[in-house]
Design a protein. Structure first.
Lengths: 723, 723
């Protein structure tokens, strides 16, 4: 890696991979836009006997697709009542998008035709490629090469297609529903079956989709390309993503960042969290985190919201799209039942959703507003009095919204699936709407429990100015927590980093590693390398006694095992005796080892020990892991992780995320550790690791000791790739 | 407490509270049965102007209640088309159940009437009692006293009522739907509003209810009484419980046990998990666990399934009711999408649901059964091939069910809300049903995502022999995990304990506590009490050197602070010097302390330190808490808890529940700790604490040291109630 303008993680990542674009000819948003919003379509391999052909033809008809649709089949004839061309070229017309429903064996032939007809892009339904293993993967590479050569973008193979709902363009091979008015959620999925589930569920909840893109085997267009495309479209306001694996990390980071810049948050359900770690071999640091932890770190750093179920994916993305950016600390929730308030309180505690205590002034105003039976608090049980006097709702919401700690408001009430004769629900929800208007902050009405939302419920609430979700208290409160967390992410100050340059050295011994760290302003314990007992005694005298002796040898990793460590030595005699004993012991145990000498350092007292290690994720690049030393990190694997480089606030967050964080605040009467200084040191360790370039697998500081008001690296270790 | 026949927790608890029944005259299932299944009803305070009166009258009419309904209003007249009596007594008929809808101020008067009319029981809708604070609580006590005197059972006050769906008896004051055929779930809730939500949600999911009982303020009939009543009814097969607080612990334990004995599992959503602990004052042990942990322990011991949302409450109880007892280790899940299988795998990992690897023989048979594209595994992606050849489903389910590790099977497929013309779904589900029949184990078809279940979907699946839930993969898989866990609970061998007697002593000093523990076969470190430096030297010589000296004084709790501990002493001189220094130091620091002498013990090496403490929960009684010593217990509060007494398997479970459990298996080259021996020691500490009777607040062993193949209590401490 060469010198690069270091800044935050996103810029680092994108810039360090900037050659990627150049290596993938034909990549570009224009070609993709032609595919995803085609003026003309060819169904290649169309036949009335296929359920896929029938479904896509039926979809195009029902959606009222405005462009030209060509049927293409080598046998010609009449298909779906229209004369079929024997090839794309034979149509003699410009075709923006072709849907290939031909066997894998006919694929190369088909591409020759597409090339001749200058087709823009192709969706490949056909299976029989990488999903079958290595032979299939080879065929897929041939296919990708043919497409690249022909200058044609591919979606697939093994892919159900895409639907551009806003352009009434369903190139999708199973039956689909038309777009809902006001749709603003886009779905991207590597699995077509899951995309279908999401569409079904979104419709049930009356969440309108703008686009649905399945990427299948991703021979060319990946989820990153799809996200990048959607970032440029006006309709989607948030993107729901189902992810199995990221095939092009750099583009993924760039695409998610482009979406964020365009004000479109990405919500992801990524599977594979239970994968056994594949990194046990990669030094200690790798063994402390699972594969999936890197992706968690990435989400934290890129502002991606990670969810755990398909329901949560749609409910959360919908609220991002409809409530827009949320700023502020916490959620104010109002319900008409104390039981619901209690459930929400427990849930908020368990899931880390902030439901702040209200300010005294807010409580005082609520007390004036509410009937005597109701107790002002958050969550607020407005009681059944709201049924008799719905105006209470509007007034209470306004008061709650005025509290400085509140960023978003929730009101729990089930929209009726059918309006009642007496219009009670309408009156009630009208008052909720009035409250939402006066609140001046994002507001949501949510159902008590999970319920589907029919057209009538959606229409009534929209008419009365109320954003309503049928996700129920559990899903909606968690989703609002996600909105608040992303608001905080968005509000974070990101400072530009210094120029970052790699150095041309490979420190391998403890001493060399500590010296390298010191050059990056990591405080390290003083150390003198000596080569005789006399020198050891001299060195010890210059340090604050007591001292530690450690063997210095590039050939000895585990010093204790060969008698290469002597602790807590006081006085000349003890130092001399320890030196001689160590030399004898090490020479006997490792006669072939090259000995640089012995390190003399001051013995430090007890304090808080930390573990700080960097690692190189094969996919995502360098990352840093922090843990509290000893049992916490070794047994509980209590660590936090970020991709490098990090900034001061990242390091502070990492410390706070540790389950044992309280140890830093002065455990058993010990003084508190200076977290700012500790965070600076962690940032510096990251910088020191980055400077060693891409061959560094791991740099570990273990322990980093905070004791006696001092923070110091006591030992350092590196591991290098063999290449 | 006197001698009692000790056995497991349940028997201990019920027996130790057996005087409770005697103190509550009129308590008995017969009177409650008369109230909950009345042959005649009086609506007291009935008026056509009240929405409550109207709702209950309408409910009774719509349900076709077969008994006699009397309108009672002091003004007489015609109400709902029928002549009203001016009082219950004025009806001149026997009334089993009265619904009181009169103001709080008229309550005593109303009770005089009920008494005169010999009414069996009363539901009290009226509010204005304990929910308003202390003045209201007094009024409620008067009410309860009046009812007791009159021999009338009360449900409420501040209570929406009950509905006995199976007897078509809705004494419920908001509109209700009639029972569904085959209903088998009962709902009990302390909140009427939440009961209403549960009824609504259960109907939406087509979960049929047998009973719904709201208990309100519980002046008399509590959730325990309701559960006890339901335990005796044939229709409910599982009970869903919404709980705010348990007012009568002993009856609660007895009722849940009665339900379990009748084969009716209890599933509970209890709020209050986020309550700040009220026990910080109660010694160390109390500060390590929150209030709500005791209830968690109770659930583990009584086989209660605890859930976290209203949706989960209904989905889980429904599966308990319809799938019946589950025996076996794990879940086999089949879906038609790899994506769903991946989601389930991650979820199972996160939520602790066992989805076992299949045996080689099962995999081999599946390989023969399945098409080439499908890979035999668990979860099983049966692929789209099942659409073309639905017989695959039946065969695969049969093979999966034959695996010895499988206790319950799940198949993911959405039942259609309307049958399609071509009967595709019917054919498909028929094959699922055939598979379920041949499986011979409990089987569930579940929707991909959360969806409501209409009558048609329920009827179709029932007709085809398929148990179907619309709870979606997330809720259903978790619910099946609950079923498996309860199956394991049910299969546990519970041995009878020995006779347990309390002793008449109050050990307070370290020495006395350790001696008491030793009497209960807890291994304790050897110790000799000496009163001079000479004696100390003599004692040290008899022990394996090195030794520890500790001051023995009932007045000194924190020995280290006053110089009362000297560690690692070797040789006569060191012991003598330490003794003299300790005496000087302690006398200077605590001149008024009474000194019993100095304890001489062998110094033990490093090992695994545990914390074992008992505490007395003000509501649930004695409990035991285990943690791993040091940072894990102090900073992370990594503890497990059970109510006392416990058995060997409980103690083994407690150790396994610790996040740091791996420490017991030999950390950093240390030998593994003998868990069986450790568990026996923990059980013995519990027995030793119980023997000290109800005035013992806490007995702590800290540390319990496992080192050098030895397990020993090194220190012991008790705390006693002031009474």
């Amino acid at each position: 890696m060469r010198a690069r303008p270091g800044c935050n993680y996103k810029e680092y990542y994108v810039l360090s991979h900037q050659t990627y674009e150049a290596a993938a000819p034909g990549v570009g948003r224009q070609a993709i836009e032609r595919l995803f919003n085609p003026r003309s379509i060819a169904l290649v391999g169309a036949t009335e006997r296929s359920i896929w052909s029938t479904a896509v033809q039926d979809n195009l008809t029902r959606f009222g697709y405005a462009g030209r649709v060509h049927m293409v089949n080598p046998k010609g004839g009449t298909i779906f009542g229209q004369a079929a061309a024997t090839s794309c070229a034979a149509t003699g017309e410009e075709i923006d998008a072709a849907l290939l429903m031909v066997p894998e064996s006919k694929m190369i032939e088909a591409f020759a035709d597409l090339r001749q007809a200058r087709v823009g892009g192709a969706v490949i339904l056909s299976a029989g490629f990488a999903e079958l293993g290595s032979a299939g993967a080879e065929r897929q590479q041939e296919l990708a090469a043919a497409a690249r050569e022909a200058g044609i973008r591919i979606l697939g193979p093994n892919c159900l297609g895409f639907a551009n709902f806003v352009a009434n363009t369903p190139m999708w091979t199973t039956p689909l529903r038309r777009a809902m008015p006001g749709a603003n959620v886009a779905v991207v999925s590597q699995s077509g079956a899951i995309a279908g589930q999401l569409e079904q569920f979104a419709y049930q909840q009356r969440v309108g989709l703008t686009h649905m893109i399945a990427t299948g085997n991703e021979a060319d267009i990946s989820v990153a390309d799809a996200i990048d495309y959607l970032a440029g479209q006006p309709e989607p306001r948030a993107i729901a993503l189902f992810l199995e694996s990221v095939r092009d990390p750099a583009r993924f980071v760039a695409a998610v960042s482009a979406a964020a810049a365009a004000g479109k948050p990405v919500v992801v359900l990524k599977v594979g969290t239970s994968e056994a770690t594949a990194r046990a071999a990669q030094a200690h640091t790798g063994s402390l985190v699972g594969n999936d932890r890197t992706f968690d770190a990435l989400c934290l750093q890129l502002g991606i919201t990670r969810v755990r179920s398909l329901e949560e994916l749609i409910v959360t993305t919908d609220l991002f799209a409809r409530l827009g950016p949320v700023t502020g600390k916490g959620l104010a929730l109002t319900a008409m039942s104390g039981g619901v308030c209690e459930i929400v309180t427990d849930q908020a505690e368990a899931e880390g959703v902030a439901i702040p205590q209200l300010a005294d002034a807010t409580l005082a105003r609520l007390r004036e507003t509410l009937p005597a039976l109701a107790t002002p608090s958050n969550p607020l049980d407005i009681t059944g009095a709201a049924m008799l006097e719905p105006e209470l709702i509007a007034r209470s919401l306004e008061e709650l919204a005025s509290d400085p700690s509140i960023g978003v408001l929730g009101f729990v009430f089930d929209a009726p699936l059918k309006e009642d004769k007496r219009g009670f629900a309408r009156t009630f929800i009208k008052n909720v709407g009035a409250g939402f208007q006066s609140a001046g902050k994002p507001c949501l009405m949510m159902s008590n429990t999970f319920t589907s939302v029919n057209g009538e419920a959606r229409a009534l609430t929209e008419e009365l100015g109320v954003v309503y979700s049928g996700g129920g208290v559990r899903h909606c409160v968690n989703a609002l927590g996600h909105l608040l967390r992303r608001g905080a992410w968005q509000a974070r100050v990101r400072t530009a980093g210094a120029q970052r340059a790699t150095v041309d050295r490979r420190p391998a011994t403890e001493r060399a590693v500590l010296e390298h760290l010191a050059a990056y302003e990591v405080p390290v314990v003083p150390a003198l390398v000596v080569r005789s007992a006399d020198e050891a005694v001299q060195a010890a005298r210059t340090l604050d006694a007591p001292v530690v002796l450690k063997i210095a040898s590039p050939d000895i990793l585990h010093k204790t095992e060969v008698g290469g460590v002597a602790l807590n030595l006081r006085g000349d005699d003890a130092v001399r005796a320890a030196y001689d004993k160590m030399m004898a012991s090490v020479t006997a145990a490792k006669p072939e080892a090259s000995i640089d000498g012995v390190i003399v350092s001051p013995m430090r007292g007890a304090g808080v020990e930390l573990f700080v290690g960097t690692m190189r994720d094969p996919q995502w690049g360098p990352a840093i892991v922090v843990g509290l030393g000893g049992v916490l990190v070794e047994v509980l694997k209590d660590t936090s992780m970020r991709l490098l480089p990090i900034q001061q606030q990242d390091a502070l967050d990492m410390l706070q995320e540790l389950r044992g964080a309280a140890l830093l605040d002065g455990f058993r009467g010990a003084p508190a550790v200076d977290r700012e200084q500790l965070a600076r040191t962690i940032v510096a360790i990251g910088e020191a690791a980055l400077a060693l370039g891409p061959d560094l697998l791991s740099l570990e500081v273990n322990p980093l000791l905070a004791a006696d008001g001092r923070i110091e690296a006591l030992d350092g270790l590196t591991e290098w790739s063999q290449s």
